[in-house]
Ligand binder design. Structure first.
Ligand code: NAD
Length: 256
């Protein structure tokens, strides 16, 4: 399948984990890729090499998307790199574990500014660009099962992903007349560096697996496959939805 020939995609937070898998998956289908992170290091350089070896093109733009001006600059710069920007994948995200009563304003701001505010204004910059050029656009947001289900001790994270759920629902209607589609992907427990402490704690990992009907963690590639579908023309009639990639976690039910 080569669904992205002559398409350019920007994937935020793509040095590792799910973002890197999305970049590789879409590049393997012909996309030119703009990678992003707060700094370019050996992981970003390795990705650029891997994408170039696939016969596609990649550039890395450093930007901290938790700062609104940076999120906007990232999108605006990305539109110029390969001559157009067709797809925006808002993947960068952070989580902070704390009892609700111990959450500091600093932590709250970091989570909300990265997972919601930066996404909001990055989308706004992309929409303005599409509207100015009268071109269609596709947005895929990396939400979480926690746009739907609770995650005690991660209140700010849940608030940010819950906000992302309604942002997508709202924008689907507002942007449809401009041929701009927007959807969320909601991963369950995926094996990436964000889950380092879970992966290193066998007891905790086993209790998490008990709640997953498919009895395994997801792989970044499982998520990338759905992102690649939603961003493609195969999903031309899909907007305002959330696709769960969670091995059944969200709606699981223990039979007695
Ligand atoms: P990760 O920590 O492995 O990767 C996130 C990437 O985003 C990192 O490269 C990080 O440097 C980058 N990033 C963070 N803040 C940034 C900022 N301000 N500006 C630019 N880049 C920034 O995490 P992951 O597991 O790959 O998660 C990716 C997305 O998927 C996140 O939005 C996360 O909330 C979501 N998600 C992950 C899981 C999971 O189990 N791994 C589950 C549900 C949702």
């Amino acid at each position: 399948m080569k669904r992205y020939v002559n398409k350019t995609v920007l994937v935020t937070g793509s040095s590792q984990g799910i973002g890197a898998a999305c970049a590789l998956r879409m590049a393997s289908e012909g996309a030119k890729v703009i990678l992003n992170g707060r700094k370019l290091d050996e992981r970003g350089e390795a990705l650029i090499r891997a994408i170039t070896e696939m016969g596609s093109k990649a550039e890395f733009i450093t930007a901290d998307i938790s700062i609104t001006a940076e999120a906007v600059r990232l999108v605006n710069e990305a539109t110029g790199v390969f001559g157009a920007l067709d797809i925006l994948v808002n993947n960068a995200g952070v989580e902070k574990k704390h009892d609700f009563w111990d959450v500091t304003e600093e932590e709250y701001d970091l989570v909300m500014d990265t997972n919601l505010k930066g996404v909001f204004f990055g989308i706004q910059a992309f929409v303005k660009y599409c509207m100015a050029g009268k071109k269609p656009g596709v947005i895929v947001n990396m939400s979480s099962v926690h746009e739907e289900i609770i995650f005690p001790h991660f209140a700010a994270y849940c608030a940010s992903k819950g906000g992302l759920k309604m942002l997508t629902r709202n924008l689907a209607t507002e942007l449809a007349p401009y041929q701009i589609r927007i959807n969320n992907v909601a991963p369950g427990a995926i094996s990436t560096p964000i889950n380092k402490s879970l992966l290193e704690n066998k007891e905790l990992l086993n209790s998490v697996l008990e709640n997953i009907p498919m009895k395994r963690l997801g792989k970044p590639e499982d998520v990338a496959a759905i992102v690649a579908f939603l961003a493609s023309d195969e999903a031309a009639y899909v907007t305002g939805s959330t696709y769960f990639v969670d091995g059944g976690l969200t709606w699981h039910y223990e039979e007695q």
